[in-house]
Design a protein around this ligand. Structure first.
Ligand code: NMX
Ligand code: MLT
Length: 426
């Protein structure tokens, strides 16, 4: 048994007992109230979900298992996966053990390449990526063991196996989607000595003479890994998983939500918006021109992508981390400079619109400019990068949920006349 799995086998029963005792004593206490506006408003702010892997206080941003993101930016994604699951960072021996476990599972079945090859060549990269995950569902250990009649206490074990099998294969699949979709040449074989993010950078096949792009990939795959339980992709995946659909079904389903422009696709939209400003103003726009363009975007009924958030009320610390990387490595890059300039202007413009609750940049406002700098210019691909990273959080949340024995998700909906009765409307 791997060291991580061994640790979880020890940890999970104790955590499950803690939840049971907590519920026994406090189960009937109220934790949230719901107004009619919240029922009609995407349940914003309603506390009714449980997620232990991470939390997002509006005034702090992402905290993974009690550690603020700013203290985790130098970590690599495998360390983050260990942290998400166990609540601790791994030591060197544990990290190597997890990396070896991932490495041993990275071979992708041939039929996955065949399926990607047979898709319409203009399919969106996210459609290709999510289809590849879904088509691998036949590999699910959870589905197999469930059909054989495993006990409820064992659910987390094959979920863990599915998680490692999926996580191990995603860099190769994501890289192939890039190479196939954008005619970059044949698939590049895995580097058997490289860590997860470095191997992904290697298989993408972009020039990386001094390893800066690899470092960006490590940062990128670290920063997007998790964002508590209520975001569209995590919540959708958890709902699917709660029906005991395995992690292949649930991850693919959740990532279909990430492919929406108000969620992960905003990273594609955001760089598009930045480049449009360059086209419109024949080069780098001034702050005044950007202000005008942001206002035009609002007036045309569109959102300014990369800005605003359903939970955060500060500049997203993930944006801060990308900005710091850009300042260090590409301060003179014209696209990066516009990203910085947009940051100076857009919050001011959005602050003047009363209904917008958060005028600050989110994670998607800065990442595209950095990818563009290293030659990853096909921005319809950007959400695949987000997905590879978010798979860590979604899968970790799924394994924890099965270990804790959480039931099927089923909130109550009502039609308008029932709500009218409840609030006493005429
Ligand atoms: N540009 C224009 N309008 C905005 C923006 C923005 N960046 N942000 C919020 N609004 C509007 C929003 O559309 C809504 O309008 P209406 O009432 O007419 O429907 C109003 O302001 C109130 O929205 P909020 O309560 O501030 O935000 P909400 O929680 O509903 O939505 C987002 C959050 C993230 C969906 C929203 O801020 C947005 O659409 N931002 C741009 C897209 C984006 O960057 N998404 C990525 C989020 C991060 N991620 O990676 O998932
Ligand atoms: C995320 O990373 O999932 C986004 O910031 C969206 C969210 O948290 O709602």
């Amino acid at each position: 048994m791997s060291m991580l799995k061994e640790k979880l086998a020890d940890l999970f029963p104790r955590q499950k007992a803690e939840v049971a005792a907590f519920l026994k004593e406090y189960g009937d206490k109220e934790v949230s109230k719901v107004t009619l506006a919240q029922a009609y408003g995407g349940m914003r702010g309603v506390k009714g979900l449980v997620c232990d892997t991470s939390e997002v206080p509006p005034d702090k941003g992402l905290i993974i298992r009690g550690i603020e993101l700013k203290h985790l930016t130098e970590k690599i994604p495998e360390e983050i996966l260990w942290l998400l699951l166990t609540g601790e960072l791994p030591n060197d021996v544990q990290l190597k053990d997890l990396q070896a476990e991932i490495k041993s599972r990275e071979d992708v079945p041939q039929y996955v390449w065949n399926v990607i090859d047979s898709m319409p060549p203009d399919s969106h990269p996210m459609t290709m990526f999510n289809t590849a995950i879904l088509v691998m569902q036949r590999e699910s250990q959870f589905a197999k063991r469930y059909a054989e009649g495993m006990k409820k206490d064992e659910y987390w074990d094959p979920s863990y196996e599915d998680m490692i099998n999926i996580v191990a294969k995603l860099p190769a699949i994501g890289a192939y989607v890039y190479r196939k979709r954008f005619n970059k040449g044949p698939r590049i074989e895995s580097d058997k000595t490289a860590d997860w993010a470095k191997n992904y950078a290697h298989m993408l096949g972009l020039p990386d003479p001094n390893g800066e792009f690899t470092n960006l990939m490590r940062l990128y795959l670290n920063l997007h890994s998790d964002h508590e339980g209520g975001n569209v992709s995590a919540y959708s995946a958890a709902t699917i998983n709660s029906a005991l659909s395995d992690l292949y079904y649930s991850l693919s389903g959740g990532l279909n939500g990430l492919a929406g422009p108000l969620h992960g696709l905003a990273n594609q939209e955001c760089l598009g918006w930045v480049l449009e400003t360059m086209k419109k103003f024949n080069g780098a726009p001034s702050e005044e021109e950007l202000e005008k363009y942001a206002q035009e975007t609002l007036d045309s009924g569109k959102v300014v992508p990369g800005y605003g958030h359903a939970v955060l009320r500060i500049t997203d610390p993930r944006f801060d981390a990308f900005l710091a990387f850009g300042k260090k490595h590409m301060a003179d890059d014209p696209v990066f400079q516009i990203v910085e300039r947009v940051f100076n202007v857009v919050p001011r413009v959005l602050s003047q619109v009363q209904k917008i609750k958060d005028p600050w940049p989110n994670v998607d406002a800065g990442s595209g400019g950095l990818l563009y700098h290293y030659g990853l210019k096909e921005f319809s691909y950007y959400t695949v990068l987000f997905s590879i990273s978010r798979a860590l959080g979604i899968c970790a949340q799924g394994v924890v949920a099965r270990a804790m024995g959480y039931p099927i998700t089923r909130p109550k909906s009502l039609p308008i006349n029932k709500y009218k009765e409840i609030v006493g409307a005429k």
